[in-house]
Write a protein that binds this ligand. Sequence first.
Ligand code: AMP
Length: 362
Amino acid sequence: MSDPRPLPMGSTIGILGGGQLGRMLALAAARLGFRTHIYCPDPDSPAFDVTPSRTVAAYDDEQALAVFAARVDVVTYEFENVPARTAAFLGELKPLRPGASALAVAQDRLAEKAFLTVNRVPVAPFAAITDLDRLEAAIDELGTPAVLKTTRLGYDGKGQRIVRNMEEAAHAWEVLSPRPLVLEQFVPFEKEISVVAARGLDGDIATFEAAENVHRDHILKTSTVPATVSRRTAARAGQIAAGIAEALGYVGVLGVEFFVLPGGRLLVNEIAPRVHNSGHWTEAVCVTDQFEQHIRAIAGWPLGDPTRLADVVMENLIGDEIAAIPLGLGVAVRPHAYGKAESRKGRKMGHINRLVLKKRAG
Ligand code: AMP
């Protein structure tokens, strides 16, 4: 369902997913005068602490989905693995932003690569893998090392294996099949960067600056802005992200992850049709942050100003690292705890933004 009118303040924004991203979206929505209704199967969802309304039900519970849809004015989501049927069901009842086509592209690595290739966005050479013979042929073709990945439901390095020879390939096949797989050439990247872009209902596009990302144990550890890439490379990344938003007819915020090759050439690794962990720095140093920008876009409001006011390093607090927040963090540090009851190894518990403030002359 589409409705081009801007949502008035006091309207209710429905959010699928109750993790930290849903929580931060709800906080931003409240600041703009909206109410939120969060739908999540997990009764312990961290976003439930900050929303006036909630539904605890499975994503395929059509009765619960219909009641939820009746109570909200627009539906958005904080994760890309919203089942296609759920998206289609809700999309019939209320505006779904971003739309179902963005989900379809981002949920499946092969659909994503096909979409990017058609739109002349460079990606690492890849091959669809349907059986072991095809895998062996693809390794001959693409060379080693290569990365074998499940086409769906992979995140934080889960559902993928590096393969350096046929023996490792056979082992990776055993572990990852019978799910549909894709083999990618291993990219000898110098850096990883990402751009968070927004497209409004009126087609206006605003991009945040590129962030330089460092992973630890396959989980994002820091995002630093500005990234240490040339202005040209940073600008090109912004243009590519904006082009993707345009090609998808997207409404909302999306994250685009890039590999930076020697010489500054860019390959897109992945698109996330949602606010993105590598955009949490915007919360501390931008006139409009990614969460407000997403709410503005899906509400049909004009986009806000993505200008950055200071240099910044965002650091994820993973597992027990959350214990740092109540302690002295030093100057110019903004903490954000997600309110998760239990800190487990590898679980994102919060983040801090370290601002690099310019010294005043005199
Ligand atoms: P992904 O789940 O596809 O975002 O991959 C997680 C991380 O694995 C990336 O951020 C990279 O650090 C690494 N990685 C994934 N694919 C490749 C590749 N084709 N070449 C080199 N590194 C990769």
